[in-house]
Structure formats: structure tokens, C-alpha cells
Design a protein around this ligand. Structure first.
Ligand SMILES: NC(=O)c1ccc[n+]([C@@H]2O[C@H](COP(=O)([O-])OP(=O)(O)OC[C@H]3O[C@@H](n4cnc5c(N)ncnc54)[C@H](OP(=O)(O)O)[C@@H]3O)[C@@H](O)[C@H]2O)c1
Length: 301
């Protein structure tokens, strides 16, 4: 990609930070929407512009990347928490679309966030989901569907519009692995429920490479951002305990997960077998297609 003016929401997060590190190396001009603009300015030594409200933006952008959202697994899904999860995605994206329309933005490409939760939750690996699969009906699925719909007005303002249906992103410093490292290191990890629910994962580096591939390419529409070999919770548990050289001694029965996490336990007890059909068909090459290799790379390099 030639030098681009990139506007990103969620740029301070686990995924966004790594994208920005890469884009700075590539020479792009980056602006971040953040509730903590001073932190952003400091994190990248003033090389990244930061605003806390759309009204503070001036000028136009070539690329829009929309990743902001409260952590889906950060706390129990009370009614208030569900509202925060919606507002930080759906309302924020609607505001983003309004700002872009009112200021006459004309983007080359827009990447807007979503997640594989869009497809709903499944107990095993019997159904493979490509980008044409229909939306589910549980809370996470409705959240993703509304998030995608809120971004739809942006289609009129860009040459290409993509929705990133993101799987579980694996990297050392954030996301799911950051939560699991301590319990697994203490030998307190274990299979959840019957262990047959599928984890559709992707390494952080491949995720960022795929984003750059999409920014450069010709694809439009929804894209599954997952590696080509989803794994069961049982296999994932074995792979993580092997990478950390610790036994996984503490299985979590389904009833315990339900009691501890309420409705949010679907994130643990259900999964989805998602195939990255668009990326693969477009010729994207994964550098880390194997879960064992990725985890070993993360913990031993
Ligand atoms: N990591 C994964 O495995 C995964 C999987 C599927 C989907 N996703 C989605 O991908 C996106 C990025 O994921 P991530 O892991 O990088 O998330 P993260 O580390 O939790 O970062 C979330 C970002 O969203 C912003 N944000 C959070 N709450 C907000 C609010 N109430 N209002 C405005 N902005 C808010 C934060 O910006 P400030 O704090 O600077 O305001 C932060 O930059 C998220 O939307 C997430 O749902 C992630």
C-alpha cells in the first residue's frame, strides 16, 4: 500500500495497537479515536494523532478501520453490561457513519468490525460456516448483526466495504491467551464442558497480515478472519498446556461454567467451526496455520 491516511477506532486495543505498529513502519499517517488520546500520543511518541470525539477530526481519510468495542468477556452479561456492549459497537458505529456522511468522506476502503459470534453458537463441529452462512439468534449473534448493520451506510462512502468476522485472536499480550496464561501456568487449566465445542482462532500476526492483504486487494463484503484449522476445546486445551509445559488438571463441567458466568458461559461452552473461505480463495497465505506451532512460537520465542 502507498502512503495512506488511516482513521482507526479501537486503535489502542490488543489488535489495533499491533496494526498501528505495522502501519507506522509502512509509513502511513494514522489517526485514532480513543477515550484516552493522551495515552495514544504517548504510546507512539506523538507519531499517531488521537482524538476523543468525531467533531475533533479534520480533513479526509483514505482508509477507515472500525474496531472499537467493550470486551465481550470482560464481565458478566447483566442488562447494563449488554447495553455497554451494544453502545460501544452499534451506537459508536452509527455515530461514525453519521460523521463520515456529514463531512463528505470518500474512502478507498472501509473495514468494519464484527465477530464469528455472528453465526451463533454450536456445541460441536458438525456444521462448517463460510461467509454465506446465516446469522444466529443468541445475544452475541444479535450484537454482531446489529454492529454490521450500523456500518451499512458507510458502503455508500467507499470504493470497497468489508466486514471483519473476527475469530479468537491469539497473541501473547492480550485477548484470550492473556486471560488463560496464569491459570494454565498454575496447572489450573482444563477442558470446558465436553470439550467438543470448536474454537476458530487466528494468530495476531496473521490477523494483521490479513488486514493488510484486504486493504491492498480487491475483495468486498464479509470476511471470516480465522485460520484454516479450527480446533476443539479439548485439542486447544492440550495444545496450550503442552506449550506452557503444564498439565491441564482442572476440567470445568458445563454446570460450573453456567453457574459462574451465567449467559456469558455460551462463550465457553459453545463455539463455531468457521472457515476463512474468502481469504483462502483470494490467495492469502497463513504463516501460522497450525495451533501447536503458533502457541509454541508465542511462548518460546
Ligand atoms: N481479540 C479477539 O479475540 C477478538 C475476537 C473477535 C472480535 N474482536 C473484536 O475486535 C475488536 C478489537 O479487539 P481487541 O481484542 O483489540 O479489543 P481490546 O483490546 O479490548 O480493545 C478495545 C478497543 O475498543 C475501544 N473501546 C472499548 N470500549 C469502548 C467504549 N465504551 N467506547 C469507545 N471505545 C471503546 C478501546 O479504545 P479506548 O480505550 O482507547 O477508548 C480499545 O481500543 C473488538 O471490537 C472486539 O470485539 C476481538
Amino acid at each position: 500500500m502507498n502512503k495512506q491516511r488511516i482513521f482507526i477506532t479501537g486503535g489502542s486495543g490488543f489488535i489495533g495497537s499491533r496494526l498501528i505498529d505495522r502501519w507506522l513502519q509502512q509509513g502511513h499517517l494514522i489517526t485514532v479515536l480513543s477515550r484516552r488520546p493522551e495515552w495514544v500520543a504517548q504510546r507512539w511518541s506523538g507519531q499517531v494523532a488521537a482524538v476523543s470525539a468525531f467533531q475533533q477530526l479534520s480533513g479526509s481519510f483514505d482508509v477507515l478501520v472500525n474496531l472499537a468495542g467493550e470486551g465481550i468477556a470482560d464481565s458478566r452479561w447483566t442488562r447494563a453490561r449488554k447495553a455497554e456492549l451494544f453502545d460501544s459497537r452499534v451506537a459508536l458505529t452509527a455515530d461514525l457513519a453519521r460523521w463520515a456522511t456529514l463531512t463528505g468522506q470518500r474512502f478507498k476502503v472501509v473495514l468494519s468490525g464484527s465477530a464469528i459470534g455472528y453465526y451463533g453458537g454450536f456445541a460441536d463441529d458438525s456444521i462448517s460456516l463460510n461467509e454465506q452462512a446465516s446469522a444466529g439468534s443468541d445475544f452475541a449473534a444479535r450484537l454482531c448483526a446489529e454492529w454490521e448493520q450500523a456500518a451499512a451506510p458507510l458502503k455508500e462512502l467507499t470504493e470497497r466495504f468489508l466486514v471483519l468476522r473476527t475469530g479468537v485472536v491469539l497473541g501473547a499480550d492480550g485477548g484470550m491467551l492473556k486471560r488463560l496464561k496464569l491459570p494454565f501456568s498454575l496447572g489450573l487449566g482444563g477442558v470446558i464442558g465436553d470439550g467438543r465445542q470448536v474454537l476458530s482462532w487466528i494468530g495476531l500476526e496473521d490477523y494483521c497480515r490479513a488486514v493488510d492483504f484486504l486493504l491492498d486487494g480487491q475483495i468486498s463484503g464479509a470476511v471470516n478472519m480465522t485460520a484454516p484449522q479450527p480446533q476443539s476445546n479439548r485439542t486447544f486445551t492440550q495444545a496450550l498446556s503442552a506449550a506452557l509445559h503444564r498439565p491441564a488438571l482442572m476440567p470445568i463441567p458445563a454446570f460450573v461454567a453456567k453457574a459462574a458466568f451465567g449467559e456469558m458461559s455460551v462463550l465457553l461452552l459453545q463455539g463455531q467451526k468457521v472457515m476463512p473461505e474468502c481469504l483462502t480463495a483470494a490467495g492469502f497465505q497463513f504463516e501460522q496455520p497450525h495451533l501447536h506451532d503458533l502457541l509454541s512460537h508465542i511462548y518460546h520465542h
